[in-house]
Design a protein around this ligand. Structure first.
Ligand SMILES: [Zn+2]
Length: 304
């Protein structure tokens, strides 16, 4: 298995040879071909979710790939498309990529050991810059006072579905007897007076937290006491098409960008009661492009 330094050397040495550079990009961002071994049958099924998305043209990424790696203006790291350390675009202008507005704020908590180049959290930040914040654990906000309108997306024994979420959040707003919170009650009354009561009641959700970490490293974050008061929501029906499927994790363990995408899609339909018309598809703008690269690389390696 190639080490990180091997990969970087290969990439730098091939700046003028886009074909090989794309191979190096695939290796760096997505792991060595050995780590990509997924059975073809499973892969066939997993490819489908990315079909039929309403995506902006990938021309800009194709052009950037031909140019090759460039130095990130902030950290000087050698990058393609974006810098996963600085969360900024590299060799691609902001107006060339799609940006979208999300119906809720998204906080992503990253494990400090997560290999940055493989994290898909940065995709969300680049496509929805106004609504996405990335925190590196253990530096995370206090959510205690917001537990009536913040949820944590993570599977677990006590987790609920997106469908159940609004109702559960509303129950928290009215403050169960066991947990009196007069201060919040007052705030809620005020907001109901000033806003349309109906829309306020159907969508109490304001912020959604996702954890960006490998399956094994997640435990420390999920057991952090600052997150214990939050409702835990599970995306039960989705299967990953992530190319770096993690050993020992169920195949419902999604890449961060997939989890965000599926959450928003379900939220749109089940909580906002609107027809889904591809509003959030561009969250997968980078993801789907990289996924295609992987499949091309596997085809040429004779693995598909
Ligand atoms: Zn950088």
């Amino acid at each position: 298995m190639a080490s990180k330094s091997d990969i970087m050397t290969t990439a730098d040495g091939n700046l003028s040879r886009p074909k090989e550079d794309s191979g190096a990009l695939v290796k760096e961002q997505l792991g060595s071909p050995e780590s990509l071994k997924i059975s073809s049958l499973k892969n066939e099924q997993e490819k489908r979710p990315l079909h039929g998305l309403k995506l902006a043209s990938h021309d800009v990424l194709e052009r950037a790939q031909l140019t090759g790696r460039l130095k990130c203006p902030k950290c000087s790291g050698s990058r393609m498309f974006y810098c996963y350390t600085c969360f900024s675009l590299v060799g691609v202008a902001q107006q060339e990529i799609p940006t979208i507005k999300l119906p809720v704020k998204i906080d992503i908590i990253k494990h400090p050991n997560e290999t940055d180049g493989k994290s898909t959290a940065v995709h969300a930040k680049l496509i929805a810059p106004d609504d996405v914040t990335i925190y590196t654990y253990p530096c995370i906000p206090e959510y205690e006072s917001e537990k009536h309108n913040v949820v944590l997306v993570f599977p677990g024994p006590g987790s609920i579905t997106i469908e159940e979420m609004s109702e559960q959040l509303l129950k928290r707003t009215v403050c169960p007897l066991k947990e009196p919170c007069p201060k919040r009650q007052k705030v809620d009354k005020d907001s109901k007076e000033t806003q349309s009561a109906e829309s306020e009641q159907s969508t109490p959700l304001q912020r959604v937290i996702f954890i960006d970490s490998t399956w094994n490293q997640t435990n420390k974050i999920i057991t952090d006491e600052r997150l214990q008061a939050l409702l835990q929501v599970e995306l039960k029906t989705r299967k990953t098409c992530f190319w770096r499927h993690q050993k020992g994790s169920p195949d419902t363990y999604l890449a961060t960008i997939e989890a965000i995408y599926y959450f928003l899609k379900d939220y749109h339909v089940q909580c906002l009661s609107q027809q889904y018309q591809g509003e959030y598809d561009n969250l997968l703008f980078f993801y789907s492009y990289l996924h295609q690269l992987i499949n091309k690389a596997k085809h040429s390696a004779g693995k598909l």
